[in-house]
Write a protein that binds this ligand. Structure first.
Ligand SMILES: [Zn+2]
Length: 412
């Protein structure tokens, strides 16, 4: 059976019919619809001779044994956000099914090939992204926090996991799965506007952005809005407002894909008759280079102190979360570039703003690369998420070429 990329598009539509409704995809992890999608996936691989197993973290594995123990991994996630798109996550898994079929048809591969469907990439129900991949990577270190988490209906995370055969105390045992992994490939929709704006179907991902998230709190003095002259105010919101405008300049000055976002500002007392006493800002900064990211953070801190002095208020920084940039492997980036040029003529290298399971696998020391296929209007996590069928087909071809080149390299 030669590779049939149009079958991937048909199967993605089939999955959409099976697990979506008029509001979009509903394959939220640890729900019956997610379980149904996993069962559907098993059915798709049944004819390939791949062995199926589920690990301690709920990741679903399909193994096509080869002549050697070394493993090429193809991975994605079939879970979605509520009212999500039909392609985010699922494309990687369904395209990999087609690649596994092609490899199986060619006879015993020189190395072992495994397809993994990572559990709960999105973290939509409990707010914990990259669940299964971080367990397999051994980087998960927040089990105590996870034990306390509840969904919107008050169901505790450990209880929801138990319904799907997963014991939170044992999830790190999934680490054994990456033991012989020699390469990891992941195809994903871009979820941004870059490739579309360049008129290109496909790109190679260089790595995932490092992220710095902070709460920045400006503190001034609440005072009557009528009786306090403008020059006597200690207005915390003025500091926040000036910082919001400045972070855009920082990102612009830095370049190289730098992004800074003030995602929220909460003001207190927050009434129309008072000067703002405290303004709590949520700041997110991202860059592919760790040193540059640190500089962006330093510039934002320095600016916030300058604005605080000018407005006669105080400012305090508190880190919410951070992750270092994760760079994919040079040789695999070259092979991915080559594969894209062969099927689409032109390739482009770009960083990923969102995190992906590939970041966790790469962190665990497995050589990794990702392919991006163009997203229409850059939209994702909505039922409006879409990619042209001809671009989806090209992406399956590129993944197949890349898999073939990687197997040849690892078998040599
Ligand atoms: Zn995804």
């Amino acid at each position: 059976m030669p590779l049939d990329p149009s079958r991937t598009v048909d199967e993605l539509r089939e999955l959409r019919e099976l697990t979506g409704d008029e509001n979009g995809a509903q394959r939220v992890a640890w729900t019956p619809t997610w379980a149904k999608a996993k069962e559907w996936l098993s059915g798709k691989l049944a004819g390939t001779g791949a062995d199926e197993a589920t690990d301690e973290a709920g990741n679903q594995w399909f193994t096509l044994r080869g002549a050697s123990e070394r493993v090429l991994l193809l991975g994605g996630h079939i879970d979605s956000v509520p009212n999500g798109g039909w392609l985010d996550g699922a494309l990687n898994v369904v395209a990999a099914v087609e690649v596994v079929r092609r490899i199986a048809e060619d006879g015993e591969p020189p190395i072992t090939v495994r397809l993994v469907n990572w559990a709960d990439e999105e973290g939509a129900r409990f707010g914990r992204s990259l669940f299964g991949s971080s367990a397999a990577a051994g980087s998960m270190a927040d089990q105590d926090d996870l034990r306390q988490r509840k969904d919107a209906d008050g169901v505790a995370l450990p209880e929801a996991l138990r319904e799907h055969g997963v014991d939170l105390d044992r999830v790190l045992d999934a680490r054994a799965q990456l033991e012989n992994a020699a390469a990891y490939l992941e195809l994903h929709i871009e979820q941004g506007p870059v490739l579309e704006s360049m008129g290109l179907p496909l790109g190679v991902v260089l790595g995932t952005f490092g992220v710095e998230r902070h709460q920045v709190t400006f503190r001034g003095q609440a005072a009557h809005a009528g009786s306090t002259p403008m020059d006597k105010r200690r207005d915390a919101l003025a500091g926040a407002a000036r910082l919001e405008l400045e972070i855009r300049e920082i990102a612009k000055r830095t370049g190289g894909g730098a992004v800074c976002t003030m995602g929220g500002v909460v003001t207190k007392p927050g009434i129309v008759t008072s000067v703002v006493e405290t303004a709590e800002c949520l700041l997110d900064q991202r860059h592919l280079d760790g040193g540059t990211l640190a500089r962006m953070l330093g510039e934002a801190k320095e600016a916030s102190e300058r604005f605080a002095r000018a407005e006669d208020v105080d400012v305090e920084w508190q880190r919410i979360w951070n992750i270092e940039p994760i760079l994919f492997e040079d040789e695999l980036i070259e092979l991915a570039d080559e594969s894209i040029r062969e099927v689409a003529g032109t390739s482009h290298r770009l960083p990923s703003g969102p995190l992906h399971d590939a970041a966790e696998v790469s962190r665990a020391g497995v050589p990794t690369v990702m392919l991006f296929v163009q997203s229409l209007r850059g939209l994702s996590h909505t039922k409006l998420e879409d990619t042209k069928p001809e671009h989806l087909e090209l992406s399956v071809q590129a993944l197949d070429r890349l898999a073939a080149k990687t197997i040849a390299k690892l078998a040599a």
